[in-house]
Ligand binder design. Structure first.
Ligand SMILES: C[S@@+](CC[C@H](N)C(=O)[O-])C[C@H]1O[C@@H](n2cnc3c(N)ncnc32)[C@H](O)[C@@H]1O
Length: 208
């Protein structure tokens, strides 16, 4: 029988119950490199490519779904990404409870769940009440990058919320080096949706 401990894909995947509050990134990674954080990394394509390509940066992934968290964590481990860590947690809660203020250089949010039904819109991650959560964890000059394929989410939440966000300035979106030709970021969902011919919407903003 597997114990809870054996279910944690260490050393990349961390047990949220065993973490310090607030986290100390230097203790966690053993260095003082800048930390980039991805919310909802799914199968971990973006995080793995970035962690491999940029060993001078530390990467942290938050994923709520246990299967995806285990898959992404194991993928990072198999690729020798010692500069990556992950946790299975709800992002709003984790950022608020565990992530130190002014400590993240880039917050990546790619293809967040759109919750298309009107009665579920309140579950969307990007909404006004999430702005201060992002603002607190980002370092001054730190950046948030968001990509979605969902027109409704973009028009109702992502674009108006980010454009109106106090303490942020909208800037050009940066395509990560790991994105393929014509891609915004190169995640599993982007590749799946691109095959279906869906348009994508991207925005970036920096903390003033
Ligand atoms: C549509 S998938 C996109 C996955 C990946 N970013 C990609 O583009 O391939 C959204 C992912 O975010 C995760 N997720 C959604 N809301 C979350 C939250 N509040 N906290 C942590 N993870 C979340 C889901 O479990 C899912 O794996």
């Amino acid at each position: 029988m597997q114990t809870k401990h054996e279910l944690i894909p260490e050393p990349i995947g961390l047990d949220v119950d065993a973490l310090a509050r607030p986290l100390n990134w230097s203790d966690l990674f053993g260095n003082d490199h800048p930390v980039e954080l991805e919310i909802g990394m799914g199968k971990g394509t973006f995080l793995t490519e970035q962690a491999k390509a940029r060993p001078e940066t530390d990467f942290f992934g938050i994923e709520w779904a246990r299967w995806f968290w285990r898959y992404a964590s194991d993928r990072l481990r198999r690729n020798g990404c010692t500069n990556a860590r992950t946790v299975r947690a709800e992002a709003n809660y984790f950022l608020t409870e565990f992530v130190p203020a002014d400590s993240i250089s880039v917050l990546h949010i790619y293809f967040p769940d759109p919750w298309p039904k009107a009665r579920h819109h309140k579950r969307r991650l990007i909404q006004e009440k999430f702005v201060p959560v992002m603002h607190r964890v980002l370092a001054p000059g730190g950046r948030v990058q968001i990509v979605t394929d969902h027109k409704g989410y973009w028009e109702e939440n992502v674009e108006p919320v980010i454009r109106a966000a106090s303490g942020f300035e909208v800037v050009d979106y940066n395509r990560p080096g790991s994105a393929g030709a014509g891609e915004f970021v190169g995640t599993n969902f982007e590749r799946k949706y691109a095959r279906e011919g869906r348009p994508f919407y991207a925005i970036a903003a920096v903390k003033r």
